[in-house]
Design a protein around this ligand. Structure first.
Ligand code: OOB
Length: 550
């Protein structure tokens, strides 16, 4: 009925997770309904609306809004099992939309606002989605027009505007009932489709079930001490695993706390929200944490805005030890490092860990049921303290990507271990240090870009004979996209030529190379492959260049 190739956990493993009480069989939205029943007037979601008025939704309001939203989805022809691409701005509306989808079994595919025709068309066809739902205007981009173009060129049937689906704040919608007999979706049914950081071309979809994602959110909430009094500021793009469920929106609402949605990661915006709403916890990528530190450095009085902030989670890319050490003293809150992935496994430092662990490691698995292996290139376990490739399995790490049988044979071992592509070292105390990676991606400020996709796009430029995209270190973003090309005989290639082709192909702006190197030939490895390690070294900026990049 679902018409998707989803790899399930083996029956015996699933049975063990159920028997151990890790998988509970319900719907991810159940906890929110329970809070609405017992504490309807507690504040669930708040923050500035698109017109900058401030919105407050109690648990009672939130459930009402989710019900009406669900009815609107049904009225638009969407049914349990249907997929919907969701490309929306960070506002409170995301939350009732998410709950409505969960309740109705409509499966959101969590796109980024930076995605353009190329990515959206691919994701629509990959997940056989029926609709795309957007915020009509995000920072001046007409997403409804974009969505309509994607509908015209893909299997999608319609484009919906979130403003037409989620009722206005303040409107009462108590009359709408859920409708539909029998039990709703839950348990091993798909809850959301997350996107992979993407090796091997365009993004892959990861199916997270109500069981596994519920366990993910609850476990993260437990490690972070989330309670009813938690006020969580959602800063990162809401469809990303980190703000969604680590513990994020789902973990905080599950515990009866309050979610404040920020429209932007800018310190000027976030500090004001922290002060106004007494935010106690948030999650950032390292580049944003750095901007917050710089802000306090330039305007020391602004630190007072953060008085209520207790916990700052930082993850998504490697946090430099030197920056980690500054967070406690300069922002006045505890740091937690998070090394996670949309594919499942989440590592966290703990709230009572010594400074040495919090500032110098990326933590350890959040669940005692996570299985880890750290292997050398021949597949043998490395000694503790030595770097190796990280593989994992566990109760919230799915066994394959959606509709990707061939790719799954590379990314997963026959017995279900996921090859993360990360190179880590396990310290004697069990904490991991991320040393690098073995996968061909560029981690640009926490956003993962597939080198292969950048190369595919570069090859559209007729003057390009060979192309290789590599990450180069960057002081503000961590990494930037650097493209090296060998032009065809007698031809020239400029950065502008590459950007023009990428624009014409409808590619996300983040993939546009920041730097182009035109070379006569590529260095090759012993087996004749392009030696990307050598290219990376060759193009690494000098310290001076790194400092002067905007
Ligand atoms: C998070 O998820 P994704 O799917 O966007 O990216 C996963 C990849 C990891 O495999 C690793 O290469 C990198 O991002 N990464 C880190 C890191 N956290 C993620 N590399 C070094 N240090 C870290 N702390 O990025 C994500 C998902 C949930 C929670 C947090 C991050």
């Amino acid at each position: 009925m679902l018409n998707l190739d989803i790899v399930k956990w083996p029956d015996d493993v699933a049975g063990a997770y159920r028997a151990a009480g890790l998988w509970r069989g319900g719907n991810l939205a159940d906890a929110v309904d329970d809070h609405a029943a017992t504490r309807p007037d507690a504040v669930a979601v708040r923050g500035p609306d698109t017109d900058l008025t401030h919105v407050d939704l109690t648990y009672g309001d939130l459930v009402d809004h989710a019900r009406t939203t669900g009815a609107n989805l049904v009225a638009a022809g969407l049914r349990a099992g249907d997929r919907v691409l969701v490309q929306v701005a960070n506002t409170w509306r995301f939350v009732p939309l998410l709950l409505a989808c969960l309740r109705r079994g409509v499966v959101p595919v969590m796109c980024l606002t930076g995605h353009r025709e190329r990515e959206l068309t691919h994701l629509a066809d990959l997940t056989r989605a029926r609709a795309i739902l957007v915020t009509a205007d995000v920072r001046g981009v007409d997403h409804l027009a974009l969505a309509r173009r994607v509908v015209a060129g893909s299997c999608l049937e319609q484009a919906l505007d979130i403003d037409d689906v989620v009722p206005r704040a303040g409107s009462s919608a108590r009359a709408v009932t859920e409708g539909g007999a029998g039990h709703g979706p839950g348990g091993e049914d798909p809850a959301v489709l997350l996107l992979s950081g993407g090796t091997g071309g365009l993004p892959k979809a990861i199916c997270r079930t109500h069981d596994d994602y519920g366990y993910n959110a609850r476990t993260a909430a437990g490690v972070c001490g989330v309670s009813r009094s938690t006020v969580y500021l959602a800063v990162l793009p809401l469809g990303h695993n980190f703000p969604l469920a680590c513990p994020g929106i789902l973990g905080v609402l599950g515990a009866g706390g309050t979610v404040v949605v920020s429209p932007s990661p800018r310190p000027e915006v976030c500090f004001e929200l922290v002060r106004r709403y007494g935010v106690t916890m948030t999650a950032l990528v390292p580049t944003v944490a750095q901007r917050w530190l710089d802000h306090v450095g330039q305007d020391p009085a602004s630190r007072g805005d953060l008085d209520s902030l207790r916990l700052l989670q930082v993850g998504g890319s490697r946090l430099a030890d030197s920056v980690a050490r500054r967070i406690g003293p300069e922002l006045g809150c505890a740091l937690q490092q998070v090394f996670g992935m949309a594919e499942g496994l989440i590592n966290m430092t703990r709230l009572d860990d010594p400074d040495d662990v919090v500032t110098r490691t990326q933590g350890r698995p959040m669940s005692g049921h996570d299985e880890l292996r750290i292997l050398d290139e021949d597949g043998a376990a490395v000694a503790d303290g030595a770097p190796g490739l990280l593989l994992t399995r566990g109760p919230y790490t799915p066994r394959g990507y959606v509709n990707a049988a061939a790719y799954n044979r590379e990314a997963f071992t026959p017995d279900g271990w996921f090859r993360t592509g990360d190179v880590v070292r396990r310290r004697r105390d069990g904490n991991l240090v991320v040393e690098g990676r073995d996968k061909d991606i560029i981690n640009r400020g926490g956003e993962k870009i597939s080198a292969e996709d950048v190369e595919d796009l570069a090859y559209r430029c007729p003057a390009v004979l060979h192309a290789a995209a590599v990450a180069v270190p960057d002081a503000s973003l961590g990494e930037r996209v650097c493209l090296a090309v060998v032009p065809r005989e007698g031809r020239t290639v400029t950065l502008e030529d590459i950007h023009t082709e990428m624009r014409a192909a409808g590619a996300a702006r983040t993939k546009y190379p920041d730097k182009l190197h035109v070379v006569d030939a590529f260095p090759l490895t012993g087996v004749g492959k392009i030696d990307k390690k050598a290219l990376r070294l060759r193009f690494a900026p000098t310290r001076e260049e790194e400092r002067s990049t905007p």
